[in-house]
Design a protein. Sequence first.
Length: 626
Amino acid sequence: MLTEFTMPGAALTLRDDETIYSLLTDRLARSGPDTVIAEQKTGPGEWEPMTTGEFNDAVLAVAKGLIAFGIAKGDAVSIFSATRLEWGILDFALAAIGAVTVPIYDTDSAAQAERILNDSSVKLAIADNQERFDRLDSVLDRCGSLERILMLDANALDALKGLGVMVSDEELAARMDSVTADDLATIVYTSGSTGTPKGAELSHRNFVSITRAAAACVPEMLEDHPRLMLFLPLAHCFARFVQYFAINSEDGVVGYLPDTKSLLVDMNSFEPTFIMAVPRVFEKVYNAASRKAGAGVKGRIFLHAADAARDWSRIRDAALVARDNGDDEALTGPEAAGVTKPTAKQVAEHALYETAVYRTIRSAFGPRIRFLACGGAPLDPSLAHFFNGIGITMIQGYGLTETAAPFAFTRVKDNVIGTVGQPVPGSSVKIADNGELLVRGQNVFMGYHNLPEKTAEAFTEDGWLRTGDLASIDDNGHLRLTGRAKDIIITAGGKNVSPIPMEQEISKCPIVEHAVVVGDNKPFIGAVVTLDEEGLEHWLPTQKLPADLTVAQAAALPEVAAEIQKYVDRANAEVSRAESVRKFIVLTDHFSAENKCLTPSMKVVRPAVNRVFAGDIANRIYTGKR
């Protein structure tokens, strides 16, 4: 294993005048004004297209309006909105004139918004609807820099366009010419999975470099008229990057989806070629397919087909590893069948399941789906093998808010499952003495807003960014994450335990929504589990139990505990006795953004779970009943 790796190939060089807005103008110059660049959902399964020229005209008109409003270069403007077309237009307009975009998650409370507005000295805030407008309005008197709140549902963009008629083209051009690659583009507040959110300052160079580098790493995703359905919150760096990635392509189209209430209908009508999401989305698709198959003959066929798909993907994986190691005998020798190439029986089974199972599952993502891309949290390798095996390439990425989204990707032709791929050209990674992954490159952020001490702590003395993740690097530069540096649990007996692999295994249970391993300074390892309501609704009748039981009622059932215990046992089989989960409890509540146990990007906040459910953990795991 290597301790340091830089991806071979020419490092990306940016001109000093390249900005986020340049991603749009480059697209315009390459493909002209008449290609469709975005589609806005107008109803279930209904979309309204916008050409590149129309999109750019809207951006420039809004940019003029922002100048007329008094937004100067470096001024902060907040967008408090769900994902929608206007979000994208505002983002590019602010970038064009050198203003600083400060996103607020649409789920944030008024108090959370107030903190962000004051910390970033926001001058103008734009909400999407009345409810979020009211949240901002309730704290307006306590935000000294905030001059005005606008609302998208009340035609805020039209109002800005109208205001902008007094700004000349020359004034706009002069402002745009003043913006450079190293200017501050955005302050993104981390979702706080390990503590109080901090404002990460990201430059135009950070985002442009990673967008261009990603296109060079996975060009296949941008071929054959790419279509991206975007439903992740644009307040998250991953979603912002995804938007730039598609818009900067030759003829990519972004479908802005404000909610997922009719997701299946929307996917089939929009016909995406690729979808980027967090692991929970893909887990739900798999679980839904399993439930639809049922528990009878169809259910058994689905389970066999799923195992066959994983085997098919693992064979491909083994072939990739053998190729990387230069082992031609493994690829062509007499023992290759079933290891680095499928046996005749596996080929026949795969063809059978393609017709009976795989085609139907793929169709849930729409008729043109080719790629799934996962980021934001660790993905269970068996799930990645499943989707790869049914014919949808699962790309995994790794990055942080502080790296302007993913800086490492699995490649389409070098897609080793269980890794998060290789760094992009020009990025370097290194493993510290304590096993922590370090990174440096053009995508690494400028620092934490108003927090010089925290900024200093984020870097090593020689300038490497500390990721907080434990990892290893193989000889070909593939990164394999092994845990979080701060997530290590140390039991009262001094045993160090990495909880993530255990949690992933327990979460495979179809009735489990989340599993969190606990036990810091305790005599043994335990776990807290929340239930998945949709999973329960389908599972309960298979146990001859009423489907309409509440979560609280189901949590008390011995049948529920027994089902979860099966997956706890599987997790325990992979670790030592000291690391195993001795006792778990089923909660009657969910983890949510409201109780601070989930971030808006659906990552579990471990400290919050330990705090919010401290009584249950102490009384039911370590001193009381399950």
